[in-house]
Design a protein around this ligand. Structure first.
Ligand SMILES: Cc1ncc(C[n+]2csc(CCOP(=O)(O)OP(=O)(O)O)c2C)c(N)n1
Length: 560
């Protein structure tokens, strides 16, 4: 039976188990849209291609299946670029389909023409153009495989308009299996010896692939149980800190921006560092200044450890799941090490994650507000972030129950929070998806709340309003004190705004009103199933909480 290439693209996505595509339509890929008309795949219609890309990114993080976004030619591809960069730096499998001009029009500066390879060649694992209708299924299978295998990342597939409507007798092909490299027994034994010999080992978990569901059964839960028995504290990479449950006695906290000073010092003190699913890049090592001298083991699915800086004494090629399945016997790996080192780091982390009131001169006290969110949000919530200082209270005070509960841009892209929470609410309608954003971050992709309404998603959005791009103000104060420039903004009433979308808004000026506002917002998202927004008005002078105070003087090596 003959089918069009555009329809075959859709049939092949179905064969891969794709549940949703995130799309902003264009006349360049009408035949694919037509194929979606009768497909079990849900077409989620975004309002901006950046939002579509970030929703696809979140879908991938939460399901392990590459996220799918579809956009049109130059303007659509340009808008989607930010999600490709995020998937590239964050190692997230994403396939971006871009409708292209007809083949016959190439090279003539035709309407919306651009160079797919020129734009994406340095920021995608592969750029493929479907020039042969008979290869439509094969190209999709190749793209899905390339996005997931080795170090995951984005793949961009160009779909010329005229090729999509050509007929082919070929059909879907079996999805290519993605290999999960496993460490051999000799490598595991060597690792066991290193662990047994270490007095102060620190495992740093990061990236994705720690499995689902929350709690027991995931690779993350298995790693936590092993670490507790082997007396190995587990820290985490920046914005990749949901691998193990934070209730674990081995949980030591996250590295990177606004990490606790105590943990950063412990990293420098460690005599063995084991990076799993991440490397010693600039962010977790405080700009390549900490933990450079320790015996170092790196565990990544790709032998090309491009994201790791400095020495590697042992390298294992494994995914988080295959590594966890092959872990050495905890009793042997423990050697003569007692629990003291692990317990000290866990205690320091508990102190760091305990909010202390900041008593700002005006507005909401964010430490109190996030302490209340930590108490009131269901434990299996999914928290999403963009970038900016506003995220720091969430990172510090909102704990995670295990893998698949965090979506945040490790490349620091603003605008991820809202679309990611919309996608999270679609993927897991039974769980509360919470977007934590600054006022700048919120309005970058806040329009995707319309998608929540259209598709029945009910995220809870927390907007921290200080009327400035505070992160940049903070940098300005350091380098150009007293000369704020280009960093102020005027805001709408966010609570009223979400009301116009059909959601529930809370305008909160005082700390005393936060608890009741959270309760009403939770009722809106869980009972009435509408999006809700907490507009937290804070003092523009608010600075991030000290990284030293809560964790000082808690054990050997702690800074005063
Ligand atoms: C897409 C993008 N544009 C610009 C930046 C630079 N940037 C980093 S944080 C920040 C300010 C964020 O402002 P807001 O969301 O209001 O949070 P705040 O820092 O005020 O808490 C900016 C502009 C970025 N990281 N990403």
């Amino acid at each position: 039976m003959s089918t069009s290439a555009g329809h075959l693209v859709v049939r092949q996505l179905e064969a891969h188990g794709v549940q949703r595509v995130y799309s902003l339509p264009g006349e360049s890929f009408l035949d694919v849209l037509d194929g979606l008309h009768d497909s079990p795949i849900t077409t989620v219609v975004a309002r901006h291609e950046g939002g579509a890309g970030f929703m696809a990114l979140a879908e991938a993080r939460l399901t392990g299946v590459p996220g799918i976004a579809m956009v049109t030619r130059g303007p659509g591809a340009a808008n989607a670029m930010i999600s490709v960069h995020t998937a590239w730096q964050d190692a997230t499998p994403l396939v971006l389909f871009v409708g292209l001009i007809p083949v016959a029009d190439r090279g003539r500066d035709s309407f919306q023409e651009f160079s797919l390879d020129g734009w994406f060649g340095t920021t995608a694992k592969r750029v493929i153009v479907l020039d042969d209708e008979h290869r439509a299924a094969e190209v999709v299978a190749e793209a899905m495989h390339a996005a997931s295998s080795g170090r995951p990342g984005p793949v961009v597939v160009g779909l010329p308009e005229d090729v999509l409507v050509r007929m082919t007798g070929s059909g879907p092909v079996p999805p290519r299996p993605v290999p999960a490299p496993e460490p051999g027994p000799a490598a595991v034994e060597e690792l066991s010896r290193r662990l047994a010999a270490a007095e102060r080992p620190l495992l740093v978990a990061g990236g994705d692939g720690w499995g689902e569901p929350v709690g027991t059964g995931s690779a993350g839960a298995a790693l936590a149980a092993w670490a507790e028995a082997a007396h190995v504290p587990v820290a985490a990479d920046w914005r990749g800190y949901d691998a193990i449950p934070h209730t674990s006695p081995a949980w030591a906290g996250y590295l990177g921006y606004y990490r606790s000073d105590a943990l950063a010092n412990r990293m420098a003190e460690a005599d063995l560092l084991v990076f799993v699913g991440c490397g010693r890049s600039d962010v977790p090592s405080d700009g390549y200044t900490r933990g450079l001298d320790a015996d170092t083991v790196v565990v990544l699915p790709d032998p090309n450890a491009a994201t790791h800086a400095g020495r590697i004494d042992q390298q294992l090629v494994a995914t988080p799941a295959s590594f966890t399945a092959a872990l050495p016997d905890a009793g042997t790996a423990r050697g003569t090490r007692g629990p003291g080192w692990m317990d000290t780091l866990a205690l320091e982390q508990r102190r760091f994650a305990t909010p202390a009131a900041e008593h700002p001169a005006m507005g909401v006290d964010l430490s109190v507000a996030f302490g209340l969110l930590q108490e009131k949000l269901p434990v299996d919530r999914i928290v999403t972030y963009g970038a900016g200082n506003a995220t720091l209270w969430g990172h510090r005070y909102l704990s995670h129950a295990g893998p698949g509960t965090l979506v945040g841009p490790r490349n620091g892209a603003m605008g991820v929070s809202v679309p990611a929470a919309v996608a999270a609410s679609l993927v897991h309608p039974d769980r509360v998806a919470v977007a934590v954003c600054g006022d700048g971050d919120f309005l970058m992709n806040g329009q995707e709340l319309a998608v929540a309404i259209a598709h029945g998603a009910a995220p809870l959005v927390v907007v921290v309003d200080n009327g400035v791009f505070a992160t940049i103000v903070q940098h300005q104060e350091r380098h150009y004190p007293g000369r704020p420039s280009g960093t102020a903004m005027a805001n709408p009433g966010f609570a009223a705004l979400i009301g116009t979308y059909g959601g529930h808004g809370e305008d909160v000026h005082d700390t005393a009103d936060v608890a009741a506002a959270i309760d009403r917002a939770l009722e809106a998202v869980t009972v009435r199933r509408v999006p809700a927004l907490l507009h937290l008005r804070i003092d523009p002078a608010t600075m991030p909480p000290s990284t030293a105070a809560a964790s000082a003087a808690t054990g050997p090596g702690a800074t005063a």
